[in-house]
Structures are given as C-alpha cells and as structure tokens.
Design a protein around this ligand. Structure first.
Ligand code: TYD
Ligand code: MG
Length: 450
C-alpha cells in the first residue's frame, strides 16, 4: 500500500516538498511553505468525483441581462478616471503599486478628499499616525471633509470587519505590507500575511460593495513586493512610476478588469500635493537647447502622444572597456542599437563611451524610441546638430531597417501642435510632406547628418 504523506506547498510558486524548509528552493521566497493534507490516493478520488457532482444549467450568452451598472465615482482627475476605465467602480479592488516616496499616499489622500465630498470614505493607515496624516491632509486641503474618516490600524481582521459594516463606500488601505491577521504567526509583510490579509479584505469589500484601494510597495527590481498572486486577486493593478526626486510621475493600469490598460495619467508633485500636467510635451521641451546629440521624439504615454527630448553624449573611452549608460531607457536595448549602428552604418563606436538620457524622468519602453536613440548617438558622435524643426520616431530592426510603429497619426498631430515642421518616420507613415519616410538607418543618417 502506498503511504499517503502530507505535503508542503509553496504559496508563491506552487512547488511541493515532502519536508518543511524555511526557503523555497524553486522561487527563492522565504517562509512560504504551508502544510497541506494529502489528497486521498489518486484513483479512488478520481472515480468518486466522476460519479458525483450535479449537472449545471448554463444560460445562453444572449439571455444574460446586464445589471444596472453601479455608478462609478470620480477621482477628481479625469485622466485618472480614464486609467480606471471611467472612475472608481463600487465593489472593485485596486492595487496601487509604486516605490516608497513616489507619492502614493499623497495621491490617494487627494482622491479620498474628492470622493469624500459626497461619499463616506475610510482612510486606514498602518504606516502613519493620525496626526501625521492630518498634517498632510491640511497641506492638501483635505481636512475639512466631514465624510472622510481616518483609522490607524494594522489588523486586517479589524479593517475587514469595518468594511463589512457597510458604513463606507470607498476604503484606502495604506499599505498592504503593514497588515497582519491574528491567526498567522509570520511577521507583517511576509508572503502569507500579505496574501491572507488581502483575501480577507477583498472578500469584505465584495460583500459590502465597497471600493477598496490597497497600497503596495514595490521592490528595487520594480515588482510588487510579496506574492505575484496579489496581482491575480485584485481587479485593477495601478503602477505609479517616475522619479522620486521631481520630474513627471505616471500612473497607468497594468491590469484592469473594468477597462483598457492603455491610458495613463501624468502628475507632478508640488507643495500642495500632486497636480495633473496639462501640456506635458510643452513642459518637457521648455528647457531644450538644441545641441548635438539632442533629438525630439514623438512617443505615446498610454494613448496620449508626448514629445520628449532624448540626449546622447559620446566621448572617447580613456582606457579599457567603453562605458554605456542609459537613464530612462533599457540598457540592453541601447547595446543592441549600438551594435546595429556599428554594423549597418560606417559609425565606429567601439572606442567611445556612450551616455543616454531621457529628459523629464520618463522611462521609454516604446519601440519607436529606437530611431531617435540612434539619431541622437550619431548626432553626438559626428558633432552635428539636427534641425530644430524635426521630430523622430520609428523602430529599428537588426538589419538597420526602419519599421513601422502604431499610432503614427497621433504622434504627428502632437508634433504639428507644438510647431514642428518635419518628422523622420517609417516609410509606412508617410502621408503628406510633413513626414520624411526613411527605409533604413544608413539613409537616415546620410540624409540628416551630412
Ligand atoms: P508620499 O505620498 O508619502 O509617498 P509614498 O506614500 O508613495 O511613499 O510622499 C512622497 C513625497 O512627496 C514625500 O517625500 C514628500 C513629498 N510631498 C510633497 O512634495 N508635497 C506634498 O504636498 C506632499 C504631501 C508630499
Ligand atoms: Mg505612503
């Protein structure tokens, strides 16, 4: 007879072990193994479930009636509403993830203050005391809302019970890493505490029909601290990105069950809290000096077009190995583009240090940045300026070909709006004389840098 044994299952990745260990060898997380009762041995269980269970009666898709969709609440920022898919949906659970110090608490207090004009709102903080939050609320002008309630608590059970009481329609929990459940012995912030606390809160939120925002800190690598499963539990995952020390801060949805994920809201931090940036392109280009190595690129932040300056500096390497750094751009992609430039054009960069900077604290993940980066490097290497009137976008392939990118029309419209008269772009985007379509990288450099 086969002896049935208990198994220990990692709650983060699902790996199983016959014995308990502190660290999961598979995913490297600590304290994630949970004992699980053995499933009674294979065959009998399968044959039992094959004969039990009842027949479900599915409906036709056609016959399903849509419930009167609950009214969404506005956050007070139309851009943020768009990111959420039209406002805060009652009963929805959102995760707001970002680095410490980026402005999560500030933004949420501002949103709480707006929603608190009409709805009962609870701000639960495990990080700051009541007087600290009051000070901040005073600065943000949020201290006079009578519907805005505050509680300092780290108990997930207590907060869940408060949500279940149904007294609040919007609840903010700052942060999920500080919460703990009594029956779990591990420290707050550990995987099991985070998962179980979130589960309790989410269930309470769905029961009471309250919208809940969980604040989550991210690790240095940029992933949400704690288990990946947290992303699966919630309805919306908002990512708060940007530079901690000034510059633009961008909120975008990386997951949204109630809307699209290609919207973004751009904020800037002031003394009185976060403010929406009205015309980001103009703000980003305000201090531009056209030097060699400077290129204006038309990118998209969500569905919104944005003009950003990309700067390159190319210096002779003083000794040894050439140095390549990029701020706001992926270093691997930069190395790839340098390799393409060397192979497909006559530029020799093997003995040059190359530095790339994206102005304004933005991070470009848009493939259309490729051509602008290449032009900036070539312009810096040759010491030749590009025309003031030029914007650039296009993806660069390994053969040096310029590939088409999406939403060319929107990029062009933004460039025209800000007074640019020419665009270097993929051939496919060429519709009028504004766009100079280029087929490959070599041609682009010959046409504009010689
Ligand atoms: P905070 O919202 O506490 O960040 P997080 O909750 O993401 O950790 O605050 C971010 C920074 O913003 C903080 O260092 C101070 C600054 N700040 C302002 O410049 N103006 C303000 O009005 C507020 C409230 C904060
Ligand atoms: Mg905070």
């Amino acid at each position: 007879m086969v002896k049935s044994k208990t198994l220990f299952i990692c709650q983060n990745c699902g790996a199983s072990y016959p014995k308990w260990t502190g660290k999961c060898d598979n995913c490297g997380e600590w304290n994630t193994l949970v004992e699980q009762a053995p499933v009674s041995s294979g065959k009998s269980a399968v044959s039992k479930s094959a004969s039990s269970g009842r027949v479900l009666s599915p409906q036709t898709m056609q016959s399903i009636s849509i419930e009167e969709t609950a009214k969404r609440m506005t956050t007070g920022y139309s851009d943020l509403d768009a990111v959420l898919g039209g406002g805060i949906l009652p009963g929805g659970v959102m995760l707001m993830a970002g680095q410490p110090g980026i402005g999560k608490s500030t933004l949420l207090l501002q949103v709480a203050s707006e929603v608190g004009k009409t709805q009962p709102v609870l701000y639960a903080s495990g990080e700051e005391s009541a007087s600290q939050v009051k000070l901040r609320a005073e600065r943000l002008g949020a201290n006079t809302r009578e519907h805005l309630h505050f509680i300092a608590s780290t108990s997930a059970d207590d907060i869940a019970a408060t949500i279940r009481s149904g007294a609040y329609t919007f609840v903010i929990i700052d942060s999920i890493q500080t919460l703990s459940l009594d029956e779990i012995t591990s420290a707050p912030g550990t995987v099991s505490q985070i998962t179980n606390s979130s589960n309790v809160i989410i269930r309470a939120a769905k029961e009471a029909g309250a919208a809940v925002v969980l604040v989550g800190h991210v690790t240095k690598e940029g992933s949400i601290a704690g288990p990946k499963v947290l992303e699966h539990l919630v309805d919306v995952v908002l990512q708060f990105e940007g530079d901690r020390y000034g510059g633009f801060k961008v909120v975008r949805a990386v997951k949204n069950r109630f809307g699209s994920t290609n919207e973004a809201a751009i904020f800037e931090m002031y003394e009185q809290g976060l403010r929406v940036v009205e015309n980001p392109s103009a703000a980003l280009l305000a201090e531009r000096q056209n030097a060699d190595g400077s290129v204006v690129m038309a990118t998209l932040e969500g569905t919104r077009p944005l003009l950003v300056e990309i700067q390159a500096l190319v210096n002779p390497t003083s000794f040894g190995y050439p140095k390549r750094t990029a701020s706001g751009f992926d270093l691997n992609r930069l190395n790839l583009l340098i390799a393409v430039l060397e192979r497909r054009t006559k530029l020799n960069l093997s003995d040059k240090d190359i530095y790339i900077n994206v102005v304004g604290g933005l991070r470009l993940a848009d493939p259309a940045a490729d051509l602008a980066i290449c032009m900036a490097i070539a312009s810096a290497a040759a010491g030749k300026r590009l025309s003031d009137e030029l914007v650039v976008f296009g993806e660069v392939g390994l053969g040096g070909e310029i590939r088409s990118v999406h939403s060319s029309d929107r990029r062009i419209a933004e460039a025209k709006k800000l007074g640019f008269t020419q665009a270097i772009a993929p051939k496919s985007a060429q519709k009028d004389s504004f766009i100079k379509g280029v087929g490959d990288l070599r041609q682009a450099l010959i046409d504009y840098l010689q």
